[in-house]
Design a protein around this ligand. Structure first.
Ligand SMILES: Cc1cc2nc3c(=O)[nH]c(=O)nc-3n(C[C@H](O)[C@H](O)[C@H](O)COP(=O)(O)OP(=O)(O)OC[C@H]3O[C@@H](n4cnc5c(N)ncnc54)[C@H](O)[C@@H]3O)c2cc1C
Length: 473
């Protein structure tokens, strides 16, 4: 029996090699290694074959063969996902990294069509070369790819102004589990011709098919970005500053991020060439970015707003960035909190959202809860106050067994944090998704009706359950 299985897999690999050519497949353990573990080193999996198609036709051929052999499939982009979705657990691994062509930039339509393997920084560069902005921006932008960003409905630091990935997608091309290609690459802003199927694939985490290309929205490039780093006494003050900034700038706030003292300290310790823009003993900092259409008067808007914030004691102190280097330093600190935290050790991570009006209440109650349940634990709560998404991470007390804390002892605390989130009408996954990590919890947190609808969609598109089994549902 075991030999029959081995023979079948060998035959499958041989046929895949014929279909895609030697460049399109790999069984080399060295090449496969980085694809079968996550970036944090928390999960390690396996795959019988790494498939590397270079075109939609090749993805279709690969998927058709997988269907014929009844094999499960795990699509992978940059493998920067946070919820154990992109690491294969014995499935055939389809990496989209060779599908990295620019299909079209339609400047007049403010749209570009890119293949799924284009890395986010490259997408931003392409937009920039055409005097446009592609506004998605996040810490993993040097590795995350269009297909992965779509499949996780990625968020990041520009959501406040431009929305999530879902808001940036005009059309999608996808290969279905049976190998059929759906070309939904429409560059339309208005299209009411029945169900808008692209939205099924956005945020589906690879459970419905393989995204092979997308038509993405472009925006005017702001003439100037004004950036400031302010110190505040509490998250409540940060939310007050957000309201003031929105009002004073006429809605020009593009990023509004909160940085806790401990998060900053970890960055300064673990990330080379970083320095504190505004040393203070206060517990919180806020990074604010305004994007404005004219250079004239831009600084005055920022200064006026911050002057009012100082006067009304919303902020304690502030530094307005005078140079691109200063802006880059502020962003380097913000973007490296997760990386520094990784260097610090393991943490219980919660990617949660609440209405902006309840962010301060959540951080305060969540922190008290964590300290009460696990004396000595530290909370690192940081991120996107501007859209209500906080990364609420809890590090174990000094000397504790980190693995045990993350896998076992800390779990009641995670449940309590998520219960708090539920009581505040929030979400247990704001931007990272569900993957394997939160699959079981999703099933009991959502209503039976919602789970039924999700399972019905899954059955309709993937009746054999071969796309990313064990993730999301
Ligand atoms: C340092 C750091 C900072 C981060 N910051 C943010 C942040 O601010 N906001 C945010 O939203 N996320 C953030 N992330 C998480 C991660 O970068 C995003 O989830 C990103 O969208 C994943 O893209 P990827 O190409 O790496 O996808 P992968 O990790 O490869 O895959 C993610 C999921 O999508 C599926 N998938 C991948 N490609 C395809 C495809 N072509 N078709 C179908 N399914 C596919 C996979 O099977 C998996 O389930 C961060 C990660 C790191 C490491």
């Amino acid at each position: 029996m075991a030999d029959d299985h081995g023979d079948r897999i060998a035959q499958f690999i041989a046929r895949m090699t014929t279909a895609l050519g030697p460049k399109g497949v790999s069984t080399d353990p060295v090449e496969i290694e980085p694809h079968i573990q996550d970036w944090r080193g928390r999960w390690k999996g396996s795959t019988p074959l790494l498939v590397k198609p270079a075109s939609t036709e090749e993805v279709s051929a690969a998927m058709t063969l997988c269907a014929e052999y009844g094999l499960a499939v795990n699509p992978q982009g940059g493998n920067s996902g946070m919820v154990n979705g992109s690491v294969p657990e014995g499935e055939v691994l389809i990496s989209l990294k060779r599908m990295n062509k620019v299909r079209e930039v339609d400047v007049l339509n403010d749209a570009m069509t890119l293949e799924a393997g284009v890395i986010l920084t490259k997408a931003q560069e392409i937009a920039d070369q055409h005097e446009r902005l592609f506004p998605l921006s996040l810490g993993a932008q040097g590795v995350a790819m269009v297909g992965g960003l779509i499949s996780t409905n990625a968020g990041g630091v520009g959501v406040l102004r431009y929305g999530m990935m879902r808001d940036l997608v005009l059309g999608i091309e996808a290969v279905l589990p049976d190998g059929r290609v759906w070309n939904g690459l429409r560059g339309l802003r208005k299209d009411n011709t029945g169900y808008d199927l692209k939205h099924l694939f956005i945020g589906a985490e690879g459970t419905l098919g393989v995204v092979t290309a997308a038509t993405l929205k472009l925006f005017p490039k702001p003439a100037v970005k004004e950036t400031a780093w302010a110190t505040v006494a509490s998250p409540q003050k940060a939310v007050e500053l957000l309201q003031l900034a929105k009002k004073a700038s006429g809605g020009a706030v593009t990023s509004f991020e909160i940085v806790p003292k401990l998060g900053l300290e970890l960055v300064l310790k673990h990330i080379p060439d970083t320095r504190d823009p505004l040393p203070t003993a206060l517990p919180w900092r806020v990074l604010i970015e305004l994007s404005l259409p004219r250079i004239d008067g831009a600084r005055e808007i920022m200064e006026g707003m911050l002057g009012e914030a100082l006067e009304s004691e919303i902020i304690a102190d502030v530094a307005i960035c005078e140079s691109e280097a200063q802006k880059a330093m502020c962003w380097k600190i913000r973007e490296n909190i997760a990386v520094a935290e990784k260097a610090h050790g393991k943490a219980l991570k919660h990617d949660v959202s609440v209405p902006v009006s309840r962010v301060a209440e959540f951080i305060e109650r969540g922190t008290a809860l964590a300290h009460q349940m696990q004396p000595g634990a530290d909370v690192i709560a940081f991120g996107h106050v501007g859209d209500g998404n906080i990364h609420f991470n809890i590090t174990p007390p000094a000397g504790a067994d980190q693995d045990r804390f993350v896998e076992q002892d800390g779990l009641p605390m995670s449940k309590a944090v998520h219960d708090l989130i539920a009581s505040l009408n929030g979400s247990i996954s704001a931007e990272h998704g569900i993957g394997r990590l939160k699959r079981d919890e999703l099933a009991w947190r959502k209503s039976a009706v919602e789970m039924d609808m999700m399972r019905a969609v899954k059955r309709a598109l993937d009746p054999d359950g071969r796309m990313n089994p064990g993730r999301v549902l």
